[in-house]
Design a protein around this ligand. Structure first.
Ligand code: TA6
Length: 289
């Protein structure tokens, strides 16, 4: 990744603007962590706390042209989740976000990006809005999507912080504390609260704990604390679907899992002038095994 970055401009002592293929990215290099955030999509692409391995997965075949969604990182799905409308997962992940705030101290760096309606978004979804995406990068990663209805009428929305986590081996990975029920491809299933991966998994867990864990064989557990969501979506394409995806290597599915803070049903109401927050906080903790 590093070698493909071209320096453009210094924004603060820990933050540079850089070019990654056709994308403008914020390169964060702080004593607590390194990170990379694309202005296209407002999408975090990398988070590496000091002395630790990369936490976030980015496909080695990700399209970085700034024209189509980037496979990996934390895509912001909004104002809808899935294929409720077109484009799939909404337009926020293919919009150009503005840097509005950059602050740093001993604990880390805080970056805020914003997105507002324009002619393109209004053609897809007829509502005025202001999105603020706040990244707090330090020992842990805190990501908050603040949605404001800046129009005169109420609207309903959905979406997700569609985080791709890097794992060593998906067949030896479990996601736990997911609750006793999930839906998958429109059907209901009972669950013991743990997801294992032996093929494609595309589940909406509707009763998950606020904190879910990604447990691996040797690596430290990753804790994911979500709020403002009504589901935790767990996705891995498995071998067969992965083989059909142009922006993933054939073995890409083996090293990633998506655990998403999601409003999966697109039914979150927001009155004129009101705010709503969807967030996820990610950190490694010592393994229980
Ligand atoms: O969040 C799970 C999911 O909606 C899956 O159904 C799968 O399609 C995945 O997201 C990726 O979607 P994308 O539009 O990025 O190919």
């Amino acid at each position: 990744m590093k070698q493909r970055l071209t320096y453009l401009k210094t924004l603060s002592s820990s933050v540079n603007l850089a070019q990654l293929e056709d994308l403008h990215v914020l390169q964060i290099q702080h004593k607590k962590a390194q990170a990379l955030i694309s202005l296209f999509g407002g999408q975090l692409l990398s988070f590496k706390p000091a002395g630790q391995d990369e936490l976030i997965w980015l496909s080695d075949k990700a399209d970085l042209s700034g024209k189509t969604p980037i496979r990996g990182g934390i895509p912001i799905c909004w104002p809808w989740f899935g294929k409720a409308n077109l484009p799939a997962h909404g337009f926020a992940r293919t919009s150009l976000w503005q840097l509005s705030h950059c602050h740093e101290n001993d604990a880390g760096v805080q970056i805020t990006l914003t997105l507002q309606e324009d002619a393109n978004t209004l053609a897809l979804w007829p509502h005025a809005f202001t999105l603020e995406m706040q990244f707090t990068i330090g020992d842990s990663l805190d990501v908050r999507l603040n949605v404001k209805n800046s129009g005169s009428k109420p609207f309903f929305f959905g979406g997700a912080l569609h985080t791709y986590f890097a794992v060593r081996d998906i067949s030896k990975t479990q996601v736990t504390q997911l609750g006793r029920h999930y839906t998958e491809h429109g059907k209901n299933y009972a669950s013991d609260g743990t997801a294992n991966f032996t093929g494609e998994v595309d589940r909406n867990y509707l009763q998950a704990s606020a904190t879910v864990s990604i447990i691996q064989e040797i690596e430290p557990t990753i804790e994911v604390h979500n709020s403002g969501n009504n589901a935790v979506v767990v996705w891995n394409p498995g071998q067969a679907l992965c083989a059909k995806m142009s922006d993933m290597s054939a073995d890409g599915y083996q090293s990633m899992v998506c655990v998403e803070s999601a409003i999966y049903d697109n039914q979150m109401p927001l009155a004129s002038g009101q705010h709503s927050l969807l967030s996820t906080r990610i950190a490694r903790v010592p393994s229980a095994r």
